[in-house]
Design a protein around this ligand. Structure first.
Ligand code: KIV
Ligand code: ZN
Length: 390
């Protein structure tokens, strides 16, 4: 059975770029947009055109450059925003306007001092207006995570009638539990008239560390688009991480879902975005962190050297990492030392290894990590009669 495709909507250049200190210049945005297009993302959210003349220009330049992906611009449910976004997106082969409004009681009361019926009216007006410029209109129900499902279904039904092609259900505050977010999608699938005319989209923030889990719960329950960023960068604790959702779907064929992403470009794309934004990737970050394929405890190293799959569920080459690494620390065993010694040119017999290992442990206790240069020193100082293979 062929797999259902989940569209990847990348918002690194919009939600990601909102992070303090991560501002990109126009050229950096173009380089990243081109890379995202090559990576195979389906939609690139290029910016918020009304927010500044610089952002307007960037959206236009990205719209000119991108060959395959849909290029999207964000707006509020405000006519001027929509006009400006439509103008910025004019050169795009496939333009999309992303408009919306807060739908939770908190947003309706505190942000808009309004009421539910008036919010539905504004939502419909915004979608109809956007539709007068472009065919592809995505509607976001901001704070949908905390919006009562019945009202959310009314909003969705209304904006589908107004012409929305995609319904974004953001967990703006990262509040939902995976079961709750999945149930929300299921409820919308089952209760919104005309839902088959639109794609449901997950947009999850990571305030409780649940953005990835919530997005996966969303697609299991019928959503077919995930909004995410490279390295999970974004407001506060960030957005859903692109590399995580892509690899979860790939590693779980039982879900029968896949994306159009070329996973071999994930690691280099992560590095590129991190470098351009000046935002380091945490070493233990899933998929793209420097420790994601590094093994340092003796038991794990012994297993991985015998067969990589004992402790690795992803082939590092599948995400563009050359190979797993065996890191030598005071927790490493003989198998790891013999393996690394061989890599730097020493084939040790069992007796030699015993001697070198004793020296190694003394050395390793005083260092965080034993590197190739240290291995040479240890072998020479252990005074064994080694046989070099080089
Ligand atoms: O988190 C959010 O609700 C958003 C919307 C503007 C789509 O980023
Ligand atoms: Zn967001």
């Amino acid at each position: 059975m062929s797999k259902d495709i989940v569209h990847i909507f990348d918002t690194t250049l919009r939600d990601g770029e909102q992070v303090p200190g991560c501002k990109l210049d126009a050229n950096q945005k173009l380089v990243i947009a081109e890379r995202l297009d090559n990576l195979g993302v389906d939609i690139i959210e290029a910016g918020f055109p009304i927010s500044s003349p610089g952002d307007f220009d960037s959206v236009t330049e990205i719209a000119k450059l991108v060959k395959n992906a849909t290029v999207c611009g964000l707006t509020r449910a405000v006519k001027k925003d929509i006009e400006v976004a439509a103008e910025a997106l004019k050169p795009a082969k496939k333009p999309r306007i992303h408009t919306g409004i807060g739908t939770s009681d908190s947003h309706i009361k505190h942000k808009f001092n309004s009421n539910r019926d008036a919010i539905i009216e504004r939502a419909m007006e915004a979608v109809s207006y956007a539709k007068s410029f472009v065919e592809d209109v995505e509607f976001y129900a901001e704070d949908a995570g905390r919006t009562d499902n019945e009202f959310l279904a009314r909003v969705c039904e209304a904006v589908i009638k107004a012409g929305a092609t995609v319904l974004n259900i953001p967990d703006t505050t990262g509040y939902c539990l995976p079961e709750e977010y999945g149930a929300k999608m299921k409820y919308l699938k089952e209760n919104v008239k005309g839902i088959d005319k639109a794609i449901l989209s997950c947009h999850c923030h990571n305030d409780l560390g649940l953005a990835t889990a919530n997005s996966i719960a969303g697609v299991i329950n019928g959503a077919r688009q995930i909004e995410c960023t490279i390295n999970g960068i974004g407001e506060r604790a960030g957005n859903t991480s692109l590399e995580e959702v892509v690899m979860i779907l790939r590693q779980h064929p039982d879900l029968n879902l896949d994306t159009n992403i070329n996973s071999k470009l994930l690691y280099s794309t992560s590095q590129m975005v991190s470098q351009k934004m000046g935002m380091p990737v945490q070493p233990n970050k899933a998929i793209v962190g420097s420790n994601a394929f590094a093994h340092s405890s003796g038991i794990h190293q012994d297993g991985v050297i015998k067969n990589r799959e004992t402790y690795e569920i992803i082939d590092p080459e599948d995400v563009g990492v050359d190979e797993s690494s065996i890191v030598l620390t005071a927790r490493s065993g003989r198998a790891a030392l013999a393996y690394r010694a061989k890599k730097v040119g020493y084939e040790l017999t069992k007796l030699q290894l015993d001697d070198v290992y004793r020296e190694f442990l003394k050395y390793a206790d005083s260092k965080k990590e034993v590197v190739d240069e240290d291995i040479h020193k240890i072998i020479v100082s252990s005074n064994i009669n080694y046989e070099s293979i080089t």
